[in-house]
Design a protein around this ligand. Structure first.
Ligand code: NAP
Ligand code: HSE
Length: 442
């Protein structure tokens, strides 16, 4: 049987998971592919470190260059993370004409155009199924399965850590800091947790999905990004009372002209990451813990949903193995760039600035309960031509500080921010207003 030999650069959570999964299912894969997959070496930083996954000492090395340059190693699997040395690894392999598999969404987001250009120049494929949504094969879905569709919208819960934190805050009333520590212990969180909780990891993934869906490279700076640091248990509870669940969403959608604050030059899309109120009736509201889900609407297929474990050793290993299988088959059949990844098929696209995006909002104000306060707030919103659709104010005692929840009709983001900045200056308004978008899934 033909053999394909690969080198793992990184033997941590994902690298260890890949090694273990191949131990378990390598023979099964070989029988399915007609190709045996063999790991030649596993490069790590610290040879003395205790490892959760038992990688034989004979496979370990601290010399990644030696692995990349070894003529017997045909495929490089980059699982080290980061954007500096990882970029060197990927470029070094591509320049040698070696296919590369990576799970590194930060690397792709930051240096994607350069890496894909190097892959094309050197006739080597670059595979990245594990970079978005762990074990869910959504890259292949957008790249191949839905190729006959114009993609109207993609809504994704694509960060397992945030979804895990928000789920436990809702179901158990847990505190943010405690559940973050658990996500780290379970191997979901990035080495630098702010990548997760400030929305950057979700933005890296959403940018990759947007680029695939719309055929032009969406730059990280074009993706409006908010994380979940500002989400409190109070907001989760009020949202539940109103029939919503708060989720961190990656959103890629065509913006109808009626939903834009002002006209623009090209067919516009919105690409953004933010916590949103998801109606409890929508399937994404019940995607819990570290599970991810991506709902994709195509003009031919209609609505589709892809669900699975979005983080952790095994789900991510499953996606890496799928790429390894593709790499092995492409080597066997000599196919390069079989399915082009970011070839512009719709010309240069246009990402709508977030300020122009129109949506509904949940707003929580912390106000002193005294006569006239609400009239002043309503007056400022009315002057900005912003309509209130409902109000909740739990009964309190006069003079006390109380939360006021406003549900707001469609309004442009910029107008909403300006109005809230004015409301925040009122003497009766204590604390910064909280504003969370309501996702309509229209
Ligand atoms: P990790 O547990 O921190 O593992 C990183 C590995 O890279 C470690 O084995 C480390 O060596 C090695 N490494 C770091 N610098 C190195 C260097 N200069 N030379 C050789 N080896 C080096 O990270 P991870 O969670 O497996 O994540 C790996 C990648 O997968 C990241 O890009 C991440 O974003 C992505 N990803 C992770 C998940 C997940 O759930 N964890 C899911 C999808 C994608 P030591 O072991 O000696 O420190
Ligand atoms: N830190 C990432 C997450 C890992 O929590 O989703 C999977 O990409």
């Amino acid at each position: 049987m033909q053999q394909v030999t690969f080198g793992l650069i990184g033997g941590g959570t994902v690298g260890g998971g890949v090694h273990q999964a191949l131990q378990r299912n390598g023979a099964l894969m070989a029988s399915r592919l007609g190709i045996g997959l063999t790991v030649a070496k596993v490069a790590v930083r610290d040879l003395t470190k205790a490892r959760a996954a038992a990688i034989p000492a004979g496979l370990l090395t601290d010399d990644w260059r030696g692995v990349v340059q070894d003529p017997a190693v045909q495929v490089i699997v980059e699982l080290m993370g980061g954007t500096t040395t990882a970029k060197e690894v990927v470029l070094a392999a591509l320049r040698l004409g070696k296919p590369v598999v990576t799970a590194n969404k930060a690397l792709l987001s930051t240096h994607g155009p350069e890496l894909f250009a190097a892959a094309a120049k050197h006739g080597a494929n670059l595979y990245y199924e594990a970079s978005v949504a762990g074990g869910i094969p959504v890259i292949k879905v957008l790249r191949e399965s839905l190729v006959g569709n114009r993609l109207i919208s993609v809504h994704g819960i694509v960060n397992g850590t945030c979804n895990y934190i928000l789920t436990r805050m809702k179901l158990e009333g847990a505190e943010f800091a405690d559940v973050l520590a658990d996500a780290q212990r379970l191997g979901y969180a990035e080495a630098e947790p702010s990548l997760d909780i400030d929305g950057h990891d979700a933005a890296h993934k959403t940018g990759i999905l947007a680029s695939l869906a719309h055929g032009f490279w969406v730059k990280p700076g074009q993706i409006h990004t908010e994380g979940i640091r500002g989400i409190s248990k109070l907001d989760i509870q009020f949202a539940a009372r109103l029939g919503y669940t708060i989720k961190l969403l990656g959103v890629v959608k065509q913006v109808p002209s009626a939903k834009r604050g002002r006209p623009g030059p090209c067919p516009p899309i919105q690409v953004a990451v933010y916590p949103a109120l998801v109606p409890d009736t929508h399937v994404l509201a019940s995607v819990n813990h570290a599970f991810n889900a991506i709902s994709v609407r195509g003009d031919v297929v209609g609505d589709t949903l892809f669900y699975g474990r979005g983080a952790g050793a095994e789900p991510t290993a499953s996606a890496v193995l799928s790429d390894l299988a593709d790499a092995a088959l492409d080597l066997k059949h000599g196919s390069h760039n079989r399915v082009p990844c970011f070839v512009a098929h719709s010309g240069d696209g246009c990402v709508v600035p977030m300020d122009d995006v129109v949506s509904r909002y949940y707003v929580r104000l912390t106000v002193v309960d005294r006569p006239g306060v609400f009239a002043r707030i309503a007056n400022l919103l009315a002057k900005a031509r912003i309509g209130i659709s409902s109000i909740i104010q739990p009964e309190g005692h006069a003079g006390e500080t109380v939360p006021v929840i406003l549900m707001i009709h469609d309004a442009p983001n910029a107008a909403m921010k300006r109005a809230l900045a004015q409301i925040a200056k009122l003497s009766a308004v204590k604390d910064a207003p909280v504003m969370i978008r309501v996702e309509p899934f229209e």
